[in-house]
Design a binder for this molecule. Sequence first.
Ligand code: NAD
Ligand code: DAU
Length: 335
Amino acid sequence: MRVLVTGGAGFIGSHLVKRLLAAGDDVVVLDKLTYSGNTANLPLDSVEFLEGDIAVAADVERAARGCDAIVNFAAETHVDRSILGATDFGRTEFFGTQVLLEEVRRSGQRFVQVSTDEVYGDLEAGGFSTEEDPLRPSSPYSVAKAAGDLHIPAYVRTFGVNASITRGSNTYGPNQYPEKLIPLFVTNALDGEPLPVYGDGKQIRDWLYVEDHCSGIELVLREGKPGEAYNVGGGNEHENIEVIELILELTGADRSLLRHVEDRPGHDRRYALSTEKLQRVGWRPSRDFREGMRETVEWYRANRAWWEPIKSGEFRRYYERQYAQRLRASTSSPA
Ligand code: NAD
Ligand code: DAU
């Protein structure tokens, strides 16, 4: 099969690209190379790479020519950045997804929309989001993702396109841009920089190793039903502070680096997914959380050449804007 992977130069997309190549598929990547897109994530001699925008029909038409399927990862992906300004989020997530679906409507490719557990919103202790739950997004990022998702059932019903949605939980592993909790804290810990914990650090996320996320997406690509959504969750619920303690242990960094800083506005306390539906199709996550974290820390330790240039460029200006004031007003963590 020839597959167009949009956003394939980013973190999760680049892992799916390598997985599809290993399975014998031909791969085309269309990526705008925003701050988080990086061609160093890709085996450029094995894929056809096109720089372009999913919100531009001519770019999509050119990339999709001759493809049997499209998997859409392209998105603005950081909640904190969406709080600073969300215009690009709406353009890519809502309008860009529609442009892709117009291509699918015309040319008949199989389509998978890669979405997130954040569209279900904040969860009470004990509950699990199922695919039938209403969408209650609470950040500008998750609103944009939910808006993109809403196109899929509408295009399936109205035009009969062959499209499905995956909704993944918090993903970690090699090649993740160092703005998200795990790669930011691992690289800061390796550099002896402060670790800015939002609020009390007791927010809960369900952590999913990137290869497990990609095996779920691949299964939905090959066997998912039109109009259906499938949750992909790791079954690894942890408070942020537990994850951070593990990072301190695995990097050998000192606890004195921990700083409790002003919380993220509107911060969701907990996400958790029921994955029974995808398990019925045959999917299981295989990576133990501690083992996945150990491999991830080792990858960042061994690949400074990948992340050091990133952290000294646009990232530095973003970091100052996001954290400088918060860190000045921070308190250290109780021992
Ligand atoms: P990422 O930021 O590493 O990658 C996003 C990629 O999309 C980048 O390569 C970027 O250049 C590209 N892109 C952005 N706008 C584009 C546009 N208009 N046209 C073409 N390319 C564009 O993000 P990621 O963590 O790999 O996330 C990939 C997808 O998975 C996103 O849709 C995200 O919502 C979803 N997701 C992420 C997680 C997670 O924890 N990281 C969990 C669940 C779902
Ligand atoms: O749940 C899936 C989502 O996970 C994806 O859809 C998003 O693309 C991805 O960014 C991620 O969103 P989160 O907001 O959950 O991830 P992040 O890594 O930014 O934060 C994880 C938790 O850590 C969250 O409770 C906020 C907290 N945090 C984060 C950062 C960056 C901190 O305490 N300090 C920080 O500096």
